[in-house]
Structures are given as C-alpha cells and as structure tokens.
Design a protein around this ligand. Structure first.
Ligand code: FES
Length: 95
C-alpha cells in the first residue's frame, strides 16, 4: 500500500495579487515555470539566482529561496522566481 505523507499531498498554490489568478505548483517546480504556465513572464537573465533580474515582491508565503544575491532582510519581501520554490501553502505574488 502506498502511503502519502500529508506534506507530500499538501496543495501548493501561487496566487497573483492583481488578478486573483491561482495555479497549482509542485514542490519541485520553480516559481518561474509555474508563472510561465499562467502566461506570466518575469524578465530573467542568469536563471540561477545570481543576478537578481527576476527579483519579485511577494505578500505572503513559505518560500525556499535558492538565490545567492538577496540578503536575509530582502528575503522577507522578495524572491527570485527563477530558482525559488514553495515549501507549503499559498504564495501570493505582488504581480
Ligand atoms: S534570473 Fe538571475 S536571479 Fe533570477
């Protein structure tokens, strides 16, 4: 019998503040890929968390930051969608 932990089965969602648009995302998918599926393009350059080109403000969410460019203080308000993931729940982006 397969057992799925509650963590694995938890729904992860991206919400766009300006439109209320929502999309499901997997833990492994980067935020930029989920946004692309919604038809939302964020400018990117390095796509590895090094340049800050994709820096995006978020309102709330449990973010797994993968970048090397933002400070801890900036991580409270901004994320780099090219390399970042959602850890749990809903991420509300200021887009
Ligand atoms: S594109 Fe460079 S940090 Fe995201």
């Amino acid at each position: 019998m397969n057992t799925i932990s509650s963590e694995d089965s938890e729904e992860l969602v991206i919400e766009i503040l300006s439109t209320g648009q929502k999309i499901n995302i997997t833990r492994a998918e980067s935020i930029i890929d989920a946004l692309a599926r919604m038809g939302i393009e964020v400018p990117t350059s390095c796509q590895s968390g090094l340049c800050g080109t994709c820096k995006t403000r978020y309102i709330s969410g449990d973010v797994d930051h993968g970048d090397c460019i933002l400070s801890e203080a900036e991580h409270e308000e901004y994320l780099t969608p090219c390399i970042s993931h959602i850890k749990s729940g809903t991420l509300v982006l200021d887009l």
